[in-house]
Ligand binder design. Structure first.
Ligand code: URA
Ligand code: CA
Length: 436
């Protein structure tokens, strides 16, 4: 097989065989196919697309390009969840214990944050003592014992995707539905998911700005799931503002605990119940989404989901007392109010910009090796559709210091993420569609 013939075929709109796709992915992973040929192929895919079969073959080839988690020693259907938006997305901290409380084994590997996005592993490390590095055996043993573990990614998973994503980033080939869909799904499959629930974000803060584009991506991922025998459903949700009001590691743990207590923010609670209900259905514990939702609501109300979180924290060496006394989480030294620069109605809140502000405050990393401050971040006090008066508090910054220039710069930055209009603005819908 010659790489140039495969590129030629895709350039002319042909369909690649599973062998041709495996040849490309393996050759690119082991270095025998150079970046320039893979770039040419990615651009051909960008223009000509891929069939559902080709996309599934690409996904499987990337999933098999490195280590794959073997969860077969854990009984039951392992249902995983993925979100395409990463600012203030606290859902994993809530969904993992909630779904585990419903009797679905949760064996989750998560990542750290980079740039404007946060990572579940960093958030969990805000719990004093919590260990996210576990051996494979400790990880599996914990899931068998309590039905739940969330650990950091280890080993060499989906190296083909890492390399190809890096290449796409610098060759203007990121925005291709089959390439995005296979990239996301390959990681889920390599981490051992039998079934997958996707939260596909749409709106200004999202990868897919329009509803149509989000639905197209969701359909491509659901089709991959169907082709490779991993049942997949996608929920399309709004990202014209951050999901929950808190952005920052300890602040998001606090928000997750409050949500598991039943007193969390309305939108975050609603989305978690929706996603959890689908996970419970895919896990075979409920006949339909309505029944799944009744189940997970009851698990929140009874405290069973919060108890699961407590068990996981204890099993991973953390201070489970934070569940009852959230003052034991890292606390920021100072708080500053962000004020509305005009009166009117909040029309939009730029999640990416706020994610960057949180990073600049110290909650996130500009480069992979930066140290983060677990206590700092920000909390929104207004959402899209809320009325505000000029000078009213719209957000609060949690900072490690009170240097006046830094405070002024950061409050200005945060305020500029809000679009305020004179006319009334309707509250956006949270869930736009479910793709199955
Ligand atoms: N997220 C991914 O993991 N891969 C993509 O290609 C795009 C977004
Ligand atoms: Ca289907």
């Amino acid at each position: 097989m010659r790489t140039v013939d495969i590129i030629h075929k895709k350039r002319d709109g042909g369909q690649l065989s599973p062998e041709e796709i495996a040849f490309l992915v393996n050759g690119y992973t082991n270095g025998s196919i150079p970046d320039y040929q893979m770039s040419a192929w990615a651009m051909a895919v960008y223009f000509n697309g891929m069939t559902a079969r080709e996309t599934a073959d690409l996904t499987l080839a990337m999933a098999r390009s490195g280590d794959q988690a073997d969860l077969s020693s854990i009984p039951g259907v392992k249902v995983d969840k993925h979100s395409t938006g990463g600012v203030g997305d606290t859902t994993t901290l809530i969904l993992a214990p909630l779904v585990a409380a419903a009797g679905i084994p949760v064996a989750k590997m998560s990542g750290r944050g980079l740039g404007h996005t946060g990572g579940t592993i960093d958030k969990l490390e805000a719990i004093p003592g919590f260990r996210t590095e576990r051996t494979k055996e400790q990880f599996l043993e914990q899931v068998r014992a309590i039905g739940l573990a969330v650990v950091g990614q280890s080993g060499n998973m989906t190296p083909a995707d890492k390399k190809l994503y890096g290449l796409r980033d610098v060759t203007a080939t990121v925005e291709s539905v089959p390439l995005i869909a296979s990239s996301i799904m390959s990681k889920k499959i390599a981490s051992g998911a039998d079934a997958i629930v996707l939260d596909v974000k749409t709106g200004r803060g999202a990868f897919m700005k329009s509803l149509e584009a989000a639905v197209e991506l969701a359909e491509a991922m659901v089709a991959i799931g169907s082709e490779v025998g991993r049942e997949t459903i996608a929920v399309i949700t709004n990202m014209d503002e951050p999901l929950g009001p808190s952005i920052g590691n300890a602040l998001e743990v606090l928000e997750a605990i409050e949500t598991l207590r039943g007193s969390g923010p309305a939108e975050l609670t609603e989305l978690c119940l929706e996603l959890a209900a689908h996970m419970v259905v895919l896990g075979g514990k409920a006949a339909d989404v309505a029944e799944g939702k009744r189940q997970v609501k009851a698990l929140l109300a009874s405290g069973a989901a919060l108890e699961k979180l407590r068990q996981m924290i204890a099993a991973q060496g953390g201070d489970a007392g934070v569940v009852d006394d959230t003052q034991r989480l890292p606390q920021a030294r100072c708080r500053f109010a962000v004020q509305a620069t005009a009166g009117g109605c909040v029309a939009g809140i730029d999640a990416e910009s706020l994610g960057l502000t949180a990073m600049l405050l110290g909650a996130g990393r500009a480069t992979k090796d930066d140290r983060i401050d677990l206590a700092v971040g920000l909390k929104l006090t207004k959402r899209v559709g809320d009325e505000v008066r000029e000078g009213e508090t719209i957000a609060e910054l949690y900072m490690s210091g009170d240097d006046p220039d830094t405070v002024r710069h950061m409050t200005e930055r945060a305020a500029s993420a809000f679009t305020i209009r004179p006319e009334p603005v309707e509250k956006p819908k949270l869930v736009y569609a479910v793709v199955t």
